[in-house]
Design a protein around this ligand. Structure first.
Ligand code: HEC
Length: 192
């Protein structure tokens, strides 16, 4: 093995053994080949940056831990969603909301049974049915008053849900807000 690699190096620095020349050209700063490989994206006409997957573990859990845990975690004594529903007044007085400190508890607030609760509370007021007002938990998405950070964190959450999956619809229609459709649920990605 050693012998062989030494031989290739010797060839690269000069003394032409024609059969090795092309290999040398490819690894050194030689002029570009006549027909450069065309990147696939260019062929399709879409210059997309590489897709970065937003995940619960890497992006969402740390955000919720930082900004929501003091009122929504087991650590803080927060109830599960069903416990909360049974005794809302009590927990509201205690300034505790339903737990959102695990993937599963967050799912209950996104998909079922409380479809869209997460989105209604965290929306910046621009979604349909938001009535132009941010949800009452939106302000907690950042250090007090740091609007740019709140906006950036909302963007991460929207990307985590999935392209086009952020909507305020409920599981069952209520008032103006329609029931969520299977097509809308199908857009959820929610990588763990
Ligand atoms: C200072 C305490 C506090 C913080 C911080 C806080 N919340 Fe809340 N949250 C509450 C309380 C209390 C309720 C219940 C009262 C209400 O519905 O507004 C609630 C309700 C909610 C609900 C509605 C749950 C339901 O079933 O209707 C969601 C969703 C929510 N919060 C998400 C969040 C998220 C996400 C964060 C962090 C970005 C957060 N909250 C930060 C106190 C807090």
């Amino acid at each position: 093995m050693m012998k062989k690699s030494r031989m290739v190096v010797a060839v690269c620095f000069g003394v032409a053994v024609p059969v090795f020349l092309s290999a040398c050209a490819a690894t050194s700063a030689a002029p570009a080949p006549a027909t450069p490989a065309t990147p696939v994206a260019a062929v399709k006409g879409t210059q997309m940056p590489p897709k970065v997957v937003v995940s619960y573990r890497k992006d969402v859990a740390p955000m919720l831990e930082k900004y929501c845990a003091e009122c929504h975690s087991a650590k803080a004594g927060a109830p599960t969603l069903k416990e909360f529903d049974l005794n809302k007044k009590h927990f509201e007085k205690e300034k505790l909301g339903p737990r959102n400190d695990t993937y599963e508890t967050v799912m209950q607030l996104i998909a079922y049974p409380d479809a869209g609760a997460f989105m209604r509370r965290l929306d910046d007021g621009t979604s349909m049915y938001a009535g132009g007002k941010p949800g009452n938990m939106y302000k907690y998405l950042c250090e007090k008053g740091n609007d740019a950070e709140c906006a950036a964190n909302l963007k991460v959450l929207k990307a985590w849900l999935g392209e086009g999956a952020w909507n305020l619809n409920r599981f069952k229609a209520r008032g103006d807000v329609p029931a969520i459709t299977k097509g809308e649920l199908d857009k959820l990605v929610l990588a763990y």
